[in-house]
Design a protein around this ligand. Structure first.
Ligand code: C5P
Ligand code: MG
Length: 297
């Protein structure tokens, strides 16, 4: 039986043998993929994080921006605000990815980070009509192979939920400018609330940060219950917090999780391998998700 399983990895999905791929339990991955393949596209839904999962972490050795960092542009905010947002990033990002702290320890810091930055953005009265230009001028990029990923899901009519603790207005603009904002996409994220003058006055709904996606998922129960006929889930993320994105689903049959390990690789490798079915180490492509989808649907 083992020989047959390894057949899948070697011949049907050779991408799983890429040097960037780590798996705790190869047999589990293979049986899950086989089961998803038998159930086909009608039984599948995809749930993905956005920042540093669908978007690139780095390009030619330079960091790419998150949706929040795309606003770090003179068009939208003044220099003092830019400096403050960078200071906050330098304080809180290391906490977010710290392998030595528990999620419970990180929670209050994440709330502080998001709340402070959102207050700063509101003070700057960010203009809605300049968001598209800020995205154009940014160095944000989707991962290599993104077009195959988005187009394939649309063709197979597989719903894609993009579940992001970033900024919804900005991520929509990024995928729109890349011509892949298809009708099978639903977004759960932090959306901006603009006044009649088109200036940012608040954020809508409950704040989503890296480690409360479970709460967000439960709040959007209506979305998940519409998809209850699709018990198989492919989940993509880059933070351990992303693993709770499917918690709004009452019944799942087969779930395959793929985690991008972009940063602090040695420190976090063990916990990622223990938590995600497939870990992609410093892999800036969609090759593995695309190969899995191509086999499954
Ligand atoms: O889409 P995703 O859920 O990944 O978005 C959250 C990411 O945005 C976090 O991983 C965090 O590092 C980043 N972030 C940021 N600036 C903030 C808040 C979060 O770059 N002010
Ligand atoms: Mg992310």
């Amino acid at each position: 039986a083992l020989a047959i399983w390894h057949q899948l990895t070697r011949s049907e999905i050779p991408e799983l043998s890429k040097a960037s791929v780590l798996m705790r339990d190869r047999s589990r991955v293979e049986t899950t993929i086989q089961a998803m393949h038998r159930a086909g596209p009608d039984a599948l839904q995809v749930i993905s994080d956005f920042d540093m999962t669908l978007s690139r972490f780095a390009h030619n050795g330079k960091r790419c921006p998150t949706t929040h960092n795309i606003l770090d542009n003179g068009l939208l905010i003044n220099d003092a605000c830019k400096r403050r947002i960078r200071e906050l990033l330098n304080i809180y990002y290391p906490v977010e990815i710290d392998a030595a702290r528990t999620v419970e320890e990180k929670l209050p810091h994440m709330v502080e980070w998001w709340t402070s930055v959102h207050e700063l953005l509101i003070q700057q009265k960010i203009r809605k009509d300049l968001l598209a230009l800020a995205v154009e001028q940014s160095s944000a990029m989707l991962r290599e192979g993104y077009k195959v990923f988005f187009d394939h899901l649309r063709e197979q009519q597989v719903p894609l939920l993009i579940f992001s603790a970033g900024l919804g207005d900005i991520l929509e603009e990024v995928i729109r400018q890349n011509h892949v904002f298809h009708p099978n996409i639903h977004v759960i994220s932090n959306y901006m609330d603009f006044d009649q003058k088109g200036e940012l006055q608040a954020f809508k709904g409950q704040l989503i940060h890296t480690f409360n996606k479970r709460d967000g998922a439960l709040l959007h129960e209506a979305h998940f219950s519409k998809l209850k006929e699709r018990p198989n889930v492919l989940l993509l993320g880059d933070s351990l917090g992303d693993l709770t994105m499917a918690d709004g689903l009452a019944h799942t049959q087969h779930t395959l999780t793929i985690g991008y390990l972009n940063d602090q690789v040695e420190e976090r490798k063990e916990s990622y391998v223990n938590s995600y079915d497939i870990v992609l180490v410093k892999d800036e492509t969609m090759d593995v998700p695309n190969a899995v989808l191509n086999y499954v649907t």
